[in-house]
Design a protein around this ligand. Structure first.
Ligand SMILES: Nc1ncnc2c1ncn2[C@@H]1O[C@H](COP(=O)(O)OP(=O)(O)OP(=O)(O)O)[C@@H](O)[C@H]1O
Length: 272
């Protein structure tokens, strides 16, 4: 279990984001207030979503299929533009930040998705080196085969951190699902992120590989102080690997509580 951060419990119904500073005096890495999003003429997917993720905290976002979890993550970081709401990332208001500034701030967020999105025909090492592109602003003057030696060394160090240094030269499409996801985490680490945002990172893995990946996240948050926001359909996993759980239902946050105060049965209700 993760060590529990000293946080204020917000209550089970219609929680509001606490006023600055974040609850318990903790600094916020991400603060989302009144987020709204609709796609075309469809029903509103997000209907005023508000939450905060505190520094060094691991937060799980749960909710049934179509509840809006992925949309909430994407809108919170403006990977998808929200229709309304205010957003603060690393103490900077990004609600209407210009693209270049937004990219700069967002470079400190590492993303890990269910589908790891590795480039299949190149090595694990090259895929990890690509993780630096966000910070470097693109491949300026070097091809992936001739990345500067300091980047290759850093990428090897990231692979070592996820236990895959011995697979560095293997092509990505020859790795197992669990290995691929760990390479995706190494790629995120290449950015030296303050926060990792992971959308169903273990949904396509078998239970053993899934636990290995979650254990790795746990290690990164506990030992390296990286903040984690992840989505999951596995309520036990959400409890075991988070300090706090948010539940989303029909585009609204219906629960925001410390994991220590919750049981799997409590969370199961949100899948009813
Ligand atoms: N780009 C898009 N265009 C149109 N509709 C979208 C788009 N992205 C998401 N939606 C719709 O928004 C709703 C919420 O989707 P979202 O993927 O955020 O839910 P989720 O909670 O992550 O679901 P799941 O657990 O199945 O991944 C769904 O009805 C989905 O069809």
């Amino acid at each position: 279990m993760m060590p529990q951060a000293q946080l204020q419990t917000v209550g089970a119904s219609a929680p509001a984001v606490p006023e600055q500073p974040c609850a318990g005096g903790e600094a916020c890495e991400l603060r989302v207030d009144g987020l709204r999003k609709s796609f075309g003429k469809n029903r509103a997917v997000l209907q005023g979503v508000s939450f905060a993720v505190h520094r060094r905290e691991a937060v799980a976002l749960i909710g049934s299929n179509g509840a809006g979890k992925s949309t909430a993550l994407r809108c919170a970081l403006r990977l998808v533009e929200p229709d309304a709401g205010s957003l603060t990332l690393f103490d900077e208001d990004i609600t209407s930040a210009k693209a270049r500034r937004l990219r700069h701030i967002r470079a400190e967020v590492g993303f890990v998705f269910q589908k790891h999105n590795l480039v299949p025909r190149v090595s694990a090492l090259t895929n990890v080196i690509h993780g630096n592109l966000g910070r470097a602003g693109g491949i300026r003057g070097w091809s992936q085969a001739f990345a500067p030696s300091h980047l290759r060394e850093r990428a090897m160090a990231c692979l070592e951190r996820v236990g895959l240094a011995d697979q560095a030269r293997k092509r990505a499409d020859q790795l197992s699902g669990g290995q691929s996801q760990r390479v995706a985490i190494a790629r995120a680490l290449m950015q030296d992120p303050k926060m990792i945002v992971a959308d169903e990172p273990v949904a396509s893995l078998d239970p053993v590989a899934g636990q290995e990946v979650m254990d790795l996240f746990h290690q990164l948050t506990r030992e390296e102080g990286i903040t984690l926001l992840f989505t999951s359909h596995n309520v036990q996993q959400a409890l075991d690997y988070s300090d706090r759980v948010l539940a989303l239902k029909q585009g609204a946050i219906v629960l925001d509580q410390r994991s220590a105060n919750l049981s799997a049965a409590d969370l199961g209700k949100h899948y009813g």
